[in-house]
Design a protein around this ligand. Structure first.
Ligand code: NIG
Ligand code: FE
Length: 413
């Protein structure tokens, strides 16, 4: 049996004896043990506590790591990404810097359709290799669990290709991976005037194969002006729900058009983005079962207002933080930056941001029994920091890589 003992941990943070989705004030309770030990057995957290209470038999464990001055926390659970894509879009980024509008870029064949064109031209292997590199990159930055969406295929073949790539990533990676089918990301160019035909294809051609081959865990729709209306969102989600896919939705990114109400009605696991929220919507979301997933790096990159994290927390919402890693609105999957931005721009406390990016992120992927906290029996998905003074130092010194080691299922990455 592989057993490792970590001793003299300056702060062991994110401890949960009982699993709980954190709402409102609870988000600020990070639960920290100062000067702690932690034991991993076969990749699973088997014991932890204060150094002064360590048992004499534990001290006989052969493999010991002295974590003096270092913090240990659960790995980031990034519950919203689009990391399967063939090519980056920095040319559009530069066009935008030069003053071109989103509509002008879209008219030039840019945006999601640009990524879809390149994805459809790429082989499954090329897509796998590109996404694998991104997985390696984010795991070194502390991400231990990740949700990955389709949505750049926009055709039966393209969507299935993306989902099969994600399936292969799941099989080969030791990160926890969940898959979301986002066929309803936008309309393919050839059906821009025949929306019903594309929706029919999602419902009658894509979903049956996805269900048969077990290619997705969740269903997503981009509910937005010019994309999918709340009514269309509901129809598509209900078709997915018949196959057991629960909704996790893109809502209220640019406009408030009823996505929140629709998502709550569908009992969505999470409602994501939320840059544009009315006070009434904040209260509705806070009183619902759905997790509000905030994507501050997308707001930052598109120069949108940041999400109303404080108001959501103060009205008792359950919020999660995620990266939205994708080539168009957040070409970064760095959860450390997401946490720093949440504190700096949205006034979240470091403890709130860490909880929102770990245990609540795990809930937003329905893997809370596996990972997301320091809990006996959970996977040893751990971030071991360089020597730092406290958890607050992590967002405070934004942009500095303070991670010494990352363990996924007890294995160093
Ligand atoms: O989550 N808003 C919709 N979808 C993505 C962006 C997609 C893209 O531009 O490629 C998002 O921000
Ligand atoms: Fe997204």
């Amino acid at each position: 049996m592989a057993v490792t003992l970590f001793t003299n941990i300056k702060q062991l943070a994110g401890i949960r004896t009982e699993n709980k989705l954190l709402r409102g004030k609870e988000l600020a309770e990070l639960n920290v043990i100062e000067n702690a030990f932690l034991i991993i057995e076969n990749g699973i957290i088997s014991s932890f506590g204060e150094m002064k209470n360590i048992s004499p038999s534990a001290l006989k464990i052969k493999k010991q790591v002295n974590a003096s001055g270092q913090l240990v926390l659960p790995c980031w659970c990034d519950s919203h990404t689009h990391i399967v894509y063939a090519a980056s879009r920095e040319e559009e980024f530069v066009d935008k810097l030069k003053g071109m509008s989103y509509a002008e870029i879209a008219a030039k064949g840019g945006g999601i359709l640009n990524t879809a064109k390149k994805l459809n031209a790429a082989s499954e292997d090329e897509l796998f290799n590109a996404a694998w590199k991104r997985l390696e990159e984010v795991s070194r930055l502390g991400t231990g669990a990740i949700e990955i969406k389709s949505g750049y295929g926009l055709s039966v073949e393209g969507e299935l290709k993306m989902l099969r790539v994600i399936k292969k990533l799941k099989e080969k990676s030791n990160l926890s991976i969940k898959t979301t089918f986002l066929g309803a990301h936008t309309y393919p160019l050839e059906l821009k005037d025949n929306h019903q035909k594309y929706i029919d294809s999602i419902i009658h051609e894509m979903l049956p194969v996805i269900a048969k081959e077990k290619l997705a865990d969740f269903i997503d729709v981009f509910c937005e002006k010019g994309f999918f209306s709340p009514g269309e969102t509901e129809i598509i989600c209900k078709a997915g729900m018949k196959y057991g896919l629960k909704p996790k939705l893109h809502v209220n990114q640019m406009n408030s058009i009823g996505g929140i109400e629709t998502g709550i009605k569908l009992d969505a696991i999470s409602l994501d983005h939320l840059e544009t929220m009315t006070d009434a919507e904040i209260i509705k979301l806070s009183n619902s079962n759905s997790i509000g997933t905030l994507l501050p790096t997308a707001a930052f990159f598109l120069r949108m207002p940041f999400q109303p994290a404080r108001k959501l927390i103060d009205t008792n919402a359950a919020i999660a933080l995620a990266s939205d890693y994708n080539p168009g609105s957040s070409p970064s999957g760095n959860m450390n930056l997401v946490i720093a931005m949440s504190c700096i721009q949205m006034k979240m406390l470091p403890e709130e941001a860490i909880n929102a990016a770990t245990i609540n992120g795990a809930y937003a992927m329905e893997i809370e029994n596996e990972t997301g906290s320091i809990t006996i029996g959970k996977r040893a998905d751990l971030i071991i920091t360089k020597p730092v003074s406290s958890v607050s130092y992590l967002p405070y010194s934004f942009g500095t890589n303070l991670i010494d080691k990352v363990l996924i299922n007890g294995n160093p990455v």
